[in-house]
Write a protein of this length. Structure first.
Ligand code: COA
Length: 327
């Protein structure tokens, strides 16, 4: 039977992006803290970042990116089944940012929830959406990464405040019956190590004795773990699909630091033109960074139907993960 050659997969049918209007260059940051363009570029590759204005909330930006993804896919908001928002900077503790976005989009038939996995949030979101789609729970899911890290930055700490920016990216995933060699999410791999929770965290929450509202990072420790853990996540993705790195058309990594991205690219033996890099323009936008990079690669024609994309991220938790996606 021909049927046996078909499989249900989560197929990407639209991407969207939103970046705040305000851009701060490294020179602008040097007016606020004791730093320099040279130091920031050499250690991170970052040249500028976008900072959200008062109206550019996580929900606002997520809705802009989400609406664009729906339009690209040609799906009416009322036909949407679910919205997952990966964010560590929700507008409020509750209601979830996802339901604010549901209302903004007029996606009246969708349910929605937020997912907190720091910079790995988008890969975690893809994984959850993939399971929902393959189980037949919904026909489509809008996965959004949206963050306003500028509101968590400690401008007394030059080692962290220069690293982050704001923005939102979105993808629409739709359940489709496809051939095994066809498009869709081929696999996702998720990992966590809570014992490393104190090397990257935000010091506000609902437990006692917290000074509200700042991101704290032990950068060297994070760096030390990043390349090896990410390489493991990537190798697991390749092994499960009986692929070698040579099959990857584009690496779309979390954009935290160009040295980490280069380290993973080197381990995979990928030439620079097969690695999508946006960190120089966006800095680290946490859960928004992969969908922003993906939207850019779609927009500029690098990510076209048939291409095999490898996504990977690591962030607070520690959490990390990978996803293999054929367009
Ligand atoms: N400008 C100028 N100097 C700075 C600075 C800044 N913005 N931030 C720190 N420094 C100084 C430090 O004070 C220190 O000076 P000292 O030697 O006189 O004490 C020196 O630079 C080295 O500091 P250190 O923190 O050890 O730098 P580093 O080489 O580890 O680089 C990071 C810092 C953050 C760039 C690096 O650790 C890193 O990229 N880590 C991974 C971070 C990351 O990607 N996290 C997100 C994961 S989702």
């Amino acid at each position: 039977m021909a049927d046996q050659f078909f499989i249900t997969r989560a197929v990407l049918t639209g991407t969207g992006a939103y970046l705040p209007e305000q851009i701060l260059t490294n020179e602008d940051m040097a007016k606020r803290v004791d730093t320099s363009d040279e130091w920031i570029v050499e250690r991170t590759g970052i040249k500028q970042r976008h900072f959200a204005g008062p109206h550019e909330t996580t929900a606002f930006m997520g809705a802009q990116a989400g609406r664009q993804a729906l339009e690209k896919a040609g799906l009416a908001p009322e036909s949407l089944g679910a919205i997952i928002v990966a964010t560590s900077t929700p507008d409020q503790m509750f209601p979830a940012t996802a339901v604010r976005i549901q209302a903004a989009l007029g996606a009246n038939n969708a349910f929605g929830f937020d997912l907190s996995a720091a910079c790995s949030g988008f890969v975690y979101g893809l994984s959850v959406a993939d399971a929902m789609l393959r189980a037949g729970q919904v026909k489509n899911v809008l996965v959004i990464g949206s963050e306003v890290f500028s509101r968590l930055l400690n401008f007394e700490d030059r080692a962290t405040c220069v690293l982050f920016g704001d923005g939102a990216g979105a993808v629409l995933l739709e359940a489709r019956e496809v051939e095994k060699s066809g498009p869709g999410l081929l696999s996702t791999h998720l990992y966590a190590d809570g014992a490393l929770g104190d090397i990257l965290y935000v010091d506000c929450g609902t437990d006692d004795n917290r000074t509200p509202g700042h991101l704290v990072m032990h950068g060297r420790e994070v760096f030390r773990h990043a390349v090896n853990l990410l390489a493991g996540a990537v190798n697991d993705a390749l092994a499960e699909n009986n692929l070698t790195a040579a099959a990857i058309d584009l690496l779309v990594p979390h954009q935290a630091n160009k040295r980490i991205i280069d380290g993973v690219g080197k381990k995979l033996g990928l030439p620079a033109e097969r690695v999508v890099i946006t960190v120089q323009k966006h800095a680290n936008t946490s859960a928004a960074s992969i969908p922003l990079a993906l939207a850019e690669a779609v927009q500029d024609g690098r990510a076209v139907p048939g291409k095999l994309l490898l996504l990977e991220a690591l962030g607070g938790g520690l959490t990390w993960g990978s996803a293999l996606l054929r367009l």
